[in-house]
Design a protein around this ligand. Structure first.
Ligand code: FE2
Length: 453
């Protein structure tokens, strides 16, 4: 057990015991296909084994044009929120000072949470950095400024042995930016699990930007005391909401290479007239498809879903916001929440539509709750591929017109590509751009093939 974890009340111990029992007695899924589909695996507690002044839980995120935010935690409250950095190991020719915060949740008090914004930085460049003047050197690579760019996409990550497998698979091949459509730590109010999660993901999140949006497991609200929730998430995982004109850390957007990525909130108001709706409307209106020909959206509760789990939970948000995304010609929407993989065709308003987004559910990162094994039968003709397995996805955008989407199943702990499709950008469809009222683009339509959407 982690020696740095504070003494927990009896309730917390019961929580860990219940996780253990749930894990042991989880019914084993039948073998399907050519491999054995495993049940959930135990939660992994990642111990704190550094000094109080050394940084822990280091992660980075994109923070506006040519900037990166470095976030970390120290137990020592005297450590300054400064990051020294440079392009050669041990040679720091720049220093940035940032902010810090902390929070209390019932009897738990967090460490000092530091957030420091670095930049302007050069694209596709490795920077070496040290946090707070103490401890080891870290390094990250900035994303490219032009195509190609590759996103790793993983939802509902958790912190189990399956999570570790998924992260190892993601890291085995280079990528530029990590996208997480909600449900990170599965702390579920047990705050030390947020710290354990931060330590588990540090070896990955300290080197590539991790861009997250919130899931239901981030909420952690409690009547009267914490009515608004998201205290831990908003304190620890600060995203570029200020940089993108959003009033809330729960929804924001960013540009990277030739992609505009919109991170939406399934758990904030989304009706027309709400702050999120108004922000999204304005954000999409600002997108210049000549600079960012690809438009990608992420949210937690899927709008389209043929799994029996979480049926209809994204429906009210879909009704409120789908037309905004459709009219903006969003290319692809990634969701989590359902612990399985599912890829749909292009859809608008429950029907196939060549100008609608491709919908992908990818809530299969490996959390302790296990897989959502049952799908509706018969399937919908809109659903093109579905499988309840742990895994991760990769979106490699080659240029302004073509991207390749792949889904990699955790196949008995080995990574196996199980689904793939070529995507043509909607900006390259003259018909779709004419219908959207944007005639400022004259990109030649791409040749389509049987396996291209
Ligand atoms: Fe969820």
């Amino acid at each position: 057990m982690d020696p740095k974890l504070p003494t927990r009340p009896l309730l917390s111990h019961l929580f860990f015991v219940s996780i253990l029992l749930l894990t042991i007695f989880h019914p084993r899924a039948d073998s399907q296909g050519e491999y054995c589909r495993h049940p959930a695996r135990p939660v992994v507690i990642t111990p704190h084994n550094r000094s109080d002044s050394e940084p822990q839980q280091v992660h980075i995120s994109l923070a506006g044009r040519d900037h990166i935010r470095v976030s970390w935690i120290t137990e020592d409250k005297k450590v300054q929120s400064v990051v020294e950095y440079g392009t050669a190991p041990g040679k720091y020719d720049a220093v940035a000072t940032g902010k810090h915060t902390s929070y209390q949740y019932f009897f738990y008090r967090s460490g000092k949470i530091h957030h420091v914004r670095l930049g302007p930085l050069k694209p596709e460049t490795t920077y070496y950095y040290r946090c707070g003047g103490h401890g080891s050197e870290f390094s990250f690579k900035t994303p490219p400024s032009t195509f190609p760019i590759e996103f790793a996409v993983v939802g509902d990550l958790g912190q189990t042995e399956w999570t570790k497998s998924t992260l190892e698979h993601v890291a085995a091949t280079d990528y530029d930016v990590f996208l997480l459509p909600g449900d990170l730590s599965y702390a579920d109010s047990q705050q030390p699990l947020w710290d354990s999660f931060g330590r588990l993901v540090e070896p990955y999140a300290d080197g590539r930007p991790w861009m997250t949006t919130e899931g239901n497991h981030e909420e952690e609200s409690f009547p009267i005391i914490y009515p608004h929730g998201f205290t831990a998430y908003n304190s620890r995982w600060v995203m570029p909401y200020e940089e993108s004109g959003s009033p809330s850390n729960l929804y924001y957007s960013f540009d990277v290479a030739g992609a505009h990525v919109v991170m939406l909130a399934s758990y904030a108001e989304f009706e027309p007239g709400s702050p999120q709706y108004k922000w999204l409307e304005a954000d999409l209106a600002r997108v210049d498809r000549r600079i960012t020909p690809w438009l990608v959206a992420l949210l937690h509760a899927p709008w389209y879903n043929t799994n029996l789990a979480h049926q209809g939970e994204g429906e009210s948000m879909r009704v409120a916001m789908e037309e905004l995304l459709f009219k903006a010609r969003v290319d692809v929407v990634f969701a989590g929440h359902v612990h399985a993989y599912e890829r749909f065709t292009r859809i608008f308003d429950d029907e196939g539509n060549a100008c609608g987004p491709v919908y992908v559910t990818i809530g299969d990162g490996g959390n302790r709750e296990g897989l959502a094994l049952s799908f509706k039968s018969p399937s919908s003709p809109l659903s093109l591929f579905r499988e309840p397995s742990f895994g991760h996805g990769r979106l490699r955008i080659f240029n302004g017109t073509h991207a390749h989407w792949t889904w990699h199943r955790n196949d008995d702990s080995q990574s196996t590509m199980a689904d793939e499709v070529w995507l043509g950008s909607l900006v390259s469809s003259r018909n779709c751009m004419r219908d959207s009222g944007d005639d400022g683009l004259q990109v030649q339509p791409s040749a389509s093939s049987k396996d291209e959407l």
